[in-house]
Design a protein around this ligand. Sequence first.
Ligand SMILES: [Zn+2]
Length: 485
Amino acid sequence: MQIYNTLTRKKEEFVPLNPGKVSMYVCGITAYDYCHIGHARSAVVFDVLVRYLRYTGLDVTFVRNFTDVDDKIINRANREGSDWTTIAETYIGAFYEDMDRLGILRADIEPKATEHIPEMITLCETLIAKDHAYATPSGDVYFRVRSYDGYGRLSGRNIEDLVSGARIEPGEEKEDPLDFALWKGAKPGEPSWPSPWGPGRPGWHIECSAMSERYLPLPFDIHGGGQDLSFPHHENELAQTEAATGGKFVRYWVHNGFVQINSEKMSKSLNNFVTIRDILANYLPEVLRFFLISKHYRSPLDYTADALDESERALKRIYLTKAAAEAHVAGTTWTAAALPAEIIVESTALEAKWDEAMADDLNTAAALGHVFVLMKIVNRILEDKVLKKSEAGRDLIRHALKLFERWGEVLGIFLMPSAEFLTRLKESRVVRKQIDTALIAERLQERQEARKAKDFTRSDAIRDELLAMGVTLQDTAAGMQWDVE
Ligand SMILES: [Zn+2]
């Protein structure tokens, strides 16, 4: 597999340090609020990466942490007159609810910062002993950025540019504006732990250095996170760990791109944060997941209602095809008619193309393109009077169903029984479009009576009225069915 390494700025062949095994660490959430769509993207991207690596036969150890002590958590607790541990627990619980709905697999190890304070203190002591860090009279510990050669190389920043933007805030006892806090001396009303520098609590960056080293032998293979984490968080993790150990920290740095909202940056000041919960109040989780993998993971992704509707329609087409294919292969009489050569050639090439797309820096957008080609092949057979009766066509459709399943396991989509998905989709659209189902039942009854009375003008008028509400009608063997478009 080729994967883009942020550190070297190029796609590289991914070769795990220990053959057959992959060690991977992804920065988790700071538990102080509901997860937004940016969190969803990062979670889905790394979930697909883990699933894909396992699909290729690799044994992956996946660590994802929780930041459960931090300024944001403490501030929220103070604002709400709550306890910081309650805030952290509440939003860790909410994280699991959201991520379970999105089909995100649990990480193998999910450490919390507060459970690893001794490891962080040890790391600070090592850095102080090596003159890479210093304690201040008020009990803070800072990393001495200029003592570490190469600071800025991960995020592509140079020291001089950083200097111009750095300030020493009032009350900070830094030697240099570039230095960052590893440990913060206790302030009144804040949680603290005993340390050699007096009571205090960890800075944010130190926790990921301490927890990754605790659970993964260094250097580990993949360190992931959103692009926004590359500076300062990952830059600082890299500097701390390599300064402390003298060895390499991470082999491949992988970052997913931003999510924009209606072409604007998502930010508190624009008040355009979209939480996972907001979206799942209106759409099935699988629709959001499909949308999030519909673009390459490093590209910016623009969230709009239209884009989500588009993903919903695409996913519906796939499930409709799956449902038709499943019903078709249950048939019993078949002919010996042969498939046209181009169908055989195209479908045979598809598996290799799908694998190639995923091996090319996890190109899920291209992989989904191949899913659509497969769907077209299936529909072409189903719509052809001769081919749909042939044994060869049936066998190809059976194979296509296996591929939908195999690819679905990696992408984390198309895994629901087709009928169940289509029912849930209809229910979700009824709610979103505020469709009055009692009114529809009434109209359908009226329409049936009109047709009995051969009043086709009335019957057509009812159909048009329903169509204007987005409701379509299908005459089926089981009677009149309606659906929401
Ligand atoms: Zn981290």
